[in-house]
Design a binder for this molecule. Sequence first.
Ligand code: ADP
Length: 411
Amino acid sequence: MSAAHVISMVPEHPRDSRMKILLVDDTPENLVSLEAALNGLGEDLVSAHSGKEALRHLLQDDFAAILLDVRMPEMDGFETAELIRSRPRSRQIPILFLTGYRNEEHLFRGYDLGAVDFLFKPIVPEVLRSKVAVFVELSRTNAKLRQQTDALRKQAEELQRVEQEVRQLNAGLEARVLERTEELMRSNEELQQFAYIASHDLREPLRTVSIYAQLLAKRYQGRLDSDADQFIKFIVHNAERMETLVHDLLDFSRIDVRGMDFFALTSCDSALDDAIGNIRPLLAESGAVITRDPLPCVMGDAVQLTRLFQNLLVNSIKYRSSDVPWIHVSSKDNGEEYLISAKDNGIGIDPQYAEKIFGIFRVLQPRDRSTGSGMGLAICRKIVTRHAGRIWVESALGQGATFYWTIPKKG
Ligand code: ADP
């Protein structure tokens, strides 16, 4: 295979963006004059002395334009053009035929073969240069467009790839979350069952201990020594306390056990009325004042909503300051949900405990001085959660407390 004669080195274009032009002529002098005419373009010129040689170059390289002599021995310009057109890789390259005569038949045949132009000998270098320059520029623009299209396609593929990866990651994540949720639900159910069974089954023996301790106190009070009297008192007191704890724990574990059948359109006003009714003696004894705004109707479990209000009211009275207890209950329409609040003028809560107090058996006062079991707010949270809402407190020590809870409009 003969080496390509790369002649032009005029550095108008950087090396990698130079286009190749194939010059095909069997007469070496013609080739020299073509090269001389096109040298100024600053592109790479490749010369071939025959159609065959031209085809060999076309196998190796891409060209911006081909200048093809019509009259050549062995394989003339038309035959060469036919072969060039038959190959997909070279089909689009513009061909300029170089011919000695204006022959109609030649013209037709040439255009038929996809010639873009004819140049008649003797060639005028300026005409040749400007014609070739147009095709080379076209080819350069074409190559750039192809590059950009390629880059865009690659980019699109890469976007798609990232999307696919994200989708796969998401699917994996969802599966893991689902698995974990199921696991948690299982262990939660087990815990619920455990709490329920334990508290249920503990009640009986505890009751027995309590009764016998009380019996002991009644029958033997003052008949044993003072230490024994004191011990019996402790047993009675602690057995009672434990009964309360077990009772509240059972209460707590029963909340989720109630089926959804208990959900119905419920007036929060009636639930609050019932809660107030249930704690009348406490209200009377404390002189507590309750003020209220109209409350909404929601889809909920009436018994549990009453319980929720009741626990909050009782706390506001239990944790009152030296002032007469005052509680204001109100509600706000928040679009998708209602926000209900109970504000009091009690001792308030240090904000650092604002979350802790909703835990099971959590009290802020020392156990021996606390009246409650620490289950009241845990029960409130469980009820609100079961109603797909949230509950929290906003407070500061000595500033009273406001308990907020939400409930969706569509239950
Ligand atoms: P309990 O009342 O049985 O102790 P709760 O779960 O109802 O248990 O309340 C937990 C703790 O939160 C209480 O011990 C109390 O310290 C604090 N608390 C609850 N409600 C109020 C309130 N309205 N004002 C001040 N402190 C409160």
